[in-house]
Design a protein around this ligand. Structure first.
Ligand code: COA
Ligand code: MG
Length: 315
């Protein structure tokens, strides 16, 4: 991957799994993951979760050459997935898990700081991975439906952003431009708390973004947005921002810059790409397909409409 890292996307919206595809995917994750995926009421959520697990395994198998079926994944207390069968460290330098040295089956000495992160929203699941930096990624579908008007929506979200950030958001232009700027800030904040792994354990008022390039464009990656933490410029942090398509903005947070490296572009993977390194772990399960095939894609009322929107999940 060079030192510039991996950026992958998978289009969940376009993926209408065939029986063979869904059965193969279900064999290529761990039992707990499969159980979790099976519990989603709507197939769009099951597909998002499934493609996320496949993205993570693929990046580890391809980059660290650990066989797919030998990969052990853990989650930190706050939920950030990490590779559990090599010795690896969190953002604060603390080793992951309570394993003793002899429990590590694979030597990741070459890449002890290998780090990956996942996000899904709207039509996409995305993954960022880095060999020697911490990373966090967040994607937002900027055109999701809802019922409230934009000023009312912003009032509800007041505490998530600082006065400076609200100035930037409200100064962005039309209501639609403001909404896009809002989601951009959302992605930036999430990508940062996901890179450090704290999730929402840190006050969002302490994290303030100052975008320099005001309009995000598809196929253009900008990395000039600045982060202030408790009022201090964090010059070692880099944020790569782009739009995957008209409706999806994405931010990748990196705890160190790679001055001479151009930021990597997103590569959109097919299902075949996603499973190209896969080695099945579980036996075939026809029932898993039958249940999947009987579910609805999403709730009926979720229609795309640029004049309305929905608050991001987790709020
Ligand atoms: N750090 C890094 N990554 C984490 C994480 C953590 N503490 N906890 C979970 N993740 C990873 C997981 O891989 C998860 O997917 P999985 O459960 O399928 O494995 C993935 O991040 C979820 O990311 P995303 O799809 O972007 O979901 P989210 O944006 O709803 O949630 C959280 C991200 C869980 C890390 C957390 O920040 C949260 O709950 N956010 C709620 C939204 C909010 O209020 N944001 C305010 C921003 S202005
Ligand atoms: Mg998110």
């Amino acid at each position: 991957m060079g030192s510039s890292g991996i950026r992958w996307g998978f289009n969940i919206g376009n993926w209408k799994p065939s029986r063979n595809e869904w059965m193969l995917a279900a064999r290529c994750v761990m039992q707990e993951e499969k159980d979790r995926i099976g519990r989603f009421v709507f197939t769009k959520d099951g597909k998002a979760s499934m493609s996320g697990r496949l993205l993570i395994r693929k990046v580890i198998a391809d980059q660290l050459k650990i066989p797919w079926n030998a990969i052990k994944l853990g989650r930190t207390e706050r939920g950030k997935p990490y590779l559990a069968n090599t010795k690896s460290y969190d953002y604060y330098g603390k080793p992951h898990a309570a394993n003793t040295d002899s429990d590590y089956d694979y030597d990741a000495a070459l890449f002890p700081n290998f780090n990956f992160n996942l996000s899904h929203s709207g039509s996409y699941a995305v993954l960022a991975a880095e060999r020697d930096r911490n990373c966090g990624i967040d994607i937002m579908d900027v055109a999701r439906p809802g019922s409230r008007d934009i000023p009312e929506f912003f009032r509800l979200m007041r505490r998530q952003f600082t006065p400076h950030e609200w100035e930037t958001i409200k100064g962005a232009g039309s209501e639609w431009d403001q909404l896009e700027m809002f989601y951009r800030h959302w992605c930036l904040k999430e990508s940062y708390v996901k890179a450090t792994g704290t999730g929402l354990g840190v006050s969002l008022q302490r994290i303030e973004f100052h975008p320099k390039t005001m309009v995000l464009k598809q196929d253009v990656i900008i990395k000039d947005t600045e982060l202030y933490f408790d009022g201090d410029l964090q010059s070692s942090w880099r944020f790569e921002e782009t739009k995957l398509d008209e409706d999806h903005c994405v931010a990748v947070a990196l705890n160190r810059d790679n001055q001479d490296e151009p930021p990597p572009h997103f590569k959109i993977l097919s299902f075949t790409d996603l499973t190209s390194s896969a080695i099945p772990i579980l036996p075939e399960d026809e029932n898993f397909w039958t249940i999947f095939a009987s579910k609805e894609e999403k709730p009926k009322r979720q229609q795309r409409d640029r004049t309305s929107y929905q608050q991001p999940s987790g709020y």
